[in-house]
Design a protein around this ligand. Sequence first.
Ligand code: NAP
Length: 351
Amino acid sequence: MSMPSFNVGILGATGAVGQTFIRLLEDHPWFTVTALAASERSAGKPYREAANWLSGKRMPDAVAELEVTTTEPSEMDCDFVFSGLSSSVAGDVEKAFAEAGFPVISNAKNYRMQEDVPLLIPEVNADHARLVENQDWGSDGFIVTNPNCSTVGLVCALRPLVDAFGVEKVQVTMLQALSGAGYPGVSSLDALGNVIPYIGGEEDKLATEPRKILGQLENGEIRPADMVVSAQCNRVPVRQGHLACISVACTEPVNVTDVTDALESYRSPLTSEDLPSVPDAFLRVMDEVDAPQPLRHVKNGNGMTVSIGRIQECPVNHVKFVALSHNTIRGAAGGAVLNAELLARDGYLSA
Ligand code: NAP
C-alpha cells in the first residue's frame, strides 16, 4: 500500500512503553520518530543520556542524539504523537495535545472509557475508530486509546467466541508480569519469590473495558456487550507476558471441540498487507499440555500473537483455557502502532 511518510512524536519516551515504541518504530515503513518528550528530569538531555535503555539490542542511532523535550505541544515537531505517559500526567498532557490539533494514540487509562474515544484493537473492533469523528477539542486533534495490557489478551481470545456463540459470563484470573508496572516497577524484595494478589485499578479495567471493545457501534455510539466479567489480578515474578486463566459461559452450551474449532478457525479481518504490524497469526492455539508459557511463547508473532492453550471443560461455566499476551508489545506499544496504522490507512492522519 502506498502511504505518505509520517513524522511521529513519543510522549513518555524514556519509560518501558516509550522505549518499546522506539524499538518497534526503528524500521517502520510509514512512521519516523522525530520528537521525544518526557518529564522535567529528562528534558534537555540527548535521548541516550535521558533513557535507561532496557533492551539488549542497541539503541537506534536515529534517536540516540535527539534531544528530549518537555511535554509541551509547541516543543514537538511531528504529525501525531504516541503516548506512553504515566496516568498521573496523561490526562492533562493528552488533552493539551488534542486541543493543539495533534492526533494522540495513547496507552494510558485516562480516556479509555470516555464515550467518544475509541478503545481500539484493529483486528477486533476497527469500526470503533469512527468515534473520533464525535470528538471536539476545538481543533483537528483527537485521542484514540488501546486497552489495558491485561484486557487485550482476554478480548482477543473472546472475539471468536462472542461471534460464534455469544458470551454471557467470564471469570478471569490474571498472572501479570513485572514489566507491566513500568520501570523500575515493583521493588525486587516484593517481587522475588512472591505473588502479590493486588494491582491497583486493574480488576475494574478488566470488568469494564471488554464490554466497550466488544460492544456494537450503533448510531455513532457504543452499545456495550451484554456480558459480565469477574477478574482477579496477581503480580507474579515474570519479566514479560501476562497469562490469563479464563473460564467462559456462552449464550448456548458449548464444549471443548466447539471452542477449539472457533478459536482455530478464526481469521483476523486484517493482514500485514493491510497494516504492517498485523502478525501472521492473530491467535495461536497450542496443543502441548504445558503451553503457553511466558518464557517460551511470549514472542510468538513478534509479541503480537495471542497464544492459547489448555482448553478444557469447566464444571462451573462451559469451557476454560489460558491465553498469553505480550504486555509491552501487543498490550501497549505494538497495539498502539497498529492503531496508528489503521488510522493512517483510513485517512484520519495527515502527513
Ligand atoms: P514508566 O516506565 O514508568 O514510564 C513513564 C513515562 O512517563 C516516562 O517516560 C516518564 O518520564 C514519563 N513521565 C512521568 N512523569 C511525568 C511528568 N510529570 N511529565 C512528563 N512525563 C512524565 O511507565 P510505562 O510502563 O512505560 O507505562 C506508561 C503508560 O502506559 C502508563 O500509563 C501505563 O499504565 C501504560 N501501560 C503500560 C503497560 C506495560 O506493560 N508497562 C501496558 C499497557 C499500558 P521520565 O523518565 O522523565 O520520568
